[in-house]
Design a protein around this ligand. Structure first.
Ligand SMILES: [Zn+2]
Length: 244
């Protein structure tokens, strides 16, 4: 695999790099997107009927059980070479921000340090009322566990349909996109807002935009470099070429 000289030179002098990742990166680890992962018992439900505050209000146990099932599905999944290449990249660039739309926690599992999880993390649980996070809960099968602080219901710490993104994470992501000299958009279709606007923000501020995705996206016309293929193959080759 060969890369343009201009890109290699640019990456070697990069002082501030921001990366946005989406479902395509997890998919290469064998994790099915929840849109195509509905099997068995859950096939009768549409994800947006389960991943919403209204659904949780209507039937908290149903939603809790669905997430328990999805957490199990994530347990068997491991980071792929694309995740590890980003860990390597972070070591070579002074200011590095990894922004992800994925809730599976695979970037942290791989060893990435500065990670912004725009849509939350399916492994974390918090109180629906007072926002207290917890790592331990009584997983009895009869009802949804309660918050030890206020007695409210516990829920997964993920952003549901109709909910806004965690403000601190989003602000940090926008800041990273505006201040970086190189911006990578990887494995994301570029249609889910507000994450989709980050690449355009970086481009408008003069950053070099690099896209790696299976197919062209709305960002492709603005990208300085565009690669259509697997991030698990392209990223390790690129990191080796630049910093090998
Ligand atoms: Zn609480």
């Amino acid at each position: 695999m060969s890369f343009p000289e201009g890109l290699i030179a640019q990456l070697r002098i990069s002082k501030n790099l921001a990366v946005l990742t989406g479902a395509g990166v997890s998919k290469e680890s064998g994790l099915r997107t929840f849109r195509d992962a509905q099997t068995g018992l859950w096939a009768q439900y549409k994800p947006h009927e389960l991943a919403s505050p209204e659904a949780f209000q209507r039937d908290p146990k149903l939603v809790w059980d669905w997430y328990a099932w999805r957490r199990e599905a994530v347990k068997g999944v491991r980071p792929n070479p694309g995740h590890y290449a980003l860990v390597g990249m972070e070591k070579h660039v002074p200011d590095f921000t990894l922004i992800t739309q994925n809730v599976d926690g695979l970037h942290r599992m791989a060893g990435s340090q500065n990670v912004l999880e725009l849509h939350g993390n399916i492994q974390r649980v918090r109180c629906a009322d007072c926002y207290t996070f917890t790592e331990v809960w009584d997983d009895d099968t009869e009802s949804v566990p309660h918050c030890k602080v206020c007695g409210g219901l516990l829920r997964p710490d993920v952003v549901w349909f109709g909910e806004s993104l965690p403000r601190d994470q989003l602000e940090a992501a926008v800041q990273a996109a505006r201040s970086c000299d190189v911006f990578f958009s990887i494995g994301t279709s570029g249609v889910v807002q507000p994450a989709a606007s980050l690449g355009f923000a970086a481009h408008n501020r003069g950053a070099v935009v690099v896209e790696i995705n299976a197919e062209p996206t709305p960002l492709t016309p603005k990208a300085n470099y565009s690669f259509h293929g697997k991030s698990g193959e392209i990223l390790p080759a690129l990191v080796k070429e630049v910093w090998g």
